[in-house]
Design a protein around this ligand. Structure first.
Ligand SMILES: Nc1ncnc2c1ncn2[C@@H]1O[C@H](COP(=O)(O)OP(=O)(O)OP(=O)(O)O)[C@@H](O)[C@H]1O
Length: 365
């Protein structure tokens, strides 16, 4: 178990980690997610006692890391896969680590096997590819057979096969009851690897919860020549309706506008990019400039494309309910497609105002 409470770390004028609080539990893979510069590495370094926080604290297995009696056997970490003597072989690198940490030599053979480096164990690490160095770093983390694993961007440099391998490895380690904290800036990857997510931006906690909670609620794409009539029926039934393509990636831009964007707090904030009160606000009569005029049944004329066919996105009812309401209203349907906004879109929306370096959207920004 890792406990982080009010962790704060400043580098000069940069507040790298800002009052961060979260727990990492055994038996689940916790993804530590955030754009570049969000403070993930800094937080991990502070957890591992490599950086002294300006405020707050972190404990591993109940004590600050430096007070662990046998740190490498309690906690395995991968922070910088490049931190290997280039002239040393993979085997020698691990042997040295094992010796200085009181770990039996047989573990070297075991972990080399486990990470798929047994065949190149006698080669110098300096000649390793980035992917091989990552594997060697993971081998070092596993050496002490630790109860807690802290891995900073372990998929960096791995090819698709390597990514699947690490996913399987981490899931296996958590299934053995270990505590696994793994950082990434790739939501799609974390969605497949992690059970739980801690999302940070500009050093602050943006959202936290089970991966499933980040999935956008369902939307239904509807193509109909009777857009206005159907939109009226759907709105009367409590659904939110907007023209397809009116606000960027469906359900994502909408959440931002409705919530005022940055620093969405916790799960409540996460749920918004995909519907609920956020979208209602956007598609309401006083919606944002981007989406004004598309509320409910009003403005549905704008949805009509060539041949009078309109394409709309409906939130808050199932595809089956849309079909039934359409039948009741006498509206013809040309398409009825249930769908979800991607997790990647949800993540980009959550962290949109937290990216350190991004493309500006206009000359005045
Ligand atoms: N040693 C340091 N000196 C000065 N600033 C630093 C130092 N380490 C990190 N920072 C700054 O602190 C902020 C957080 O950096 P950090 O590396 O922790 O983020 P990250 O989420 O791990 O990013 P990435 O995904 O790019 O590795 C950044 O603005 C970074 O430039």
């Amino acid at each position: 178990m890792i406990r982080v409470r009010g962790l704060t770390k400043r580098y000069g004028t940069v507040l790298a980690v800002d009052d961060l609080t979260f727990d990492v539990h055994p038996g689940v893979v916790t993804g530590f997610l955030g754009p570049n510069g969000a403070g993930k590495t800094t937080a991990m370094r502070a957890i591992l006692g490599l950086d002294r926080p300006d405020a707050g604290e972190a404990t591993v297995l109940g004590v600050p890391y430096p007070r662990l009696p046998a740190p490498m056997r309690a906690t395995g970490a991968l922070l910088d896969a490049g931190a290997v003597h280039p002239r040393r072989t993979a085997r020698d690198h691990l042997r040295c680590l094992a010796r200085s940490n009181g770990i039996p030599a047989r573990r070297v053979v075991e972990v080399l096997d486990q990470v798929g480096l047994a065949a190149v164990a006698g080669r110098r690490a300096g000649g390793f590819s980035l992917g091989m160095r990552q594997r060697l770093g993971i081998a070092a983390a596993l050496l002490g057979d630790p109860a807690v694993l802290i891995l900073d961007e372990p998929v960096n440099g791995l090819d698709p096969e390597g990514i699947v391998w690490i996913r399987t490895l981490l899931r296996g380690l958590s299934a053995e009851g270990r505590t696994v904290l793994v950082s990434s800036h790739l939501m799609a990857e974390m969605a497949l690897t992690a059970d739980h997510l801690v999302v940070v931006g500009r050093g602050r906690l943006i959202a936290e919860g089970p991966v499933d909670g980040f999935a956008a609620p369902r939307e239904v794409l509807v193509r109909t020549p009777d857009a206005a009539r159907l939109a009226r029926a759907l709105t009367a039934a409590g659904a939110t309706v907007r023209p397809h393509g009116a606000a960027g990636p469906d359900g994502v831009t909408a959440g931002r506008d409705a919530t005022g964007a940055s620093g969405l707090p916790g799960m409540d904030g996460m749920a918004r990019p995909s519907g609920g009160p956020g979208l209602d606000a956007v598609t309401g009569e006083a919606g944002s400039g981007e989406t004004a005029g598309v509320s409910g049944a009003t403005g549905m004329g704008e949805m009509a494309g060539a041949g009078g066919e309109g394409v709309m996105v409906v939130i808050g009812v199932t595809a089956a309910e849309v079909g039934r309401l359409a039948a009741d209203a006498g509206a013809v349907l040309h398409e009825l497609t249930p769908r979800r906004a991607s997790l990647e879109e949800a993540f980009m929306e959550l962290t949109r105002d937290s990216v350190e370096y991004g493309v500006t959207e206009g000359p005045n920004r």
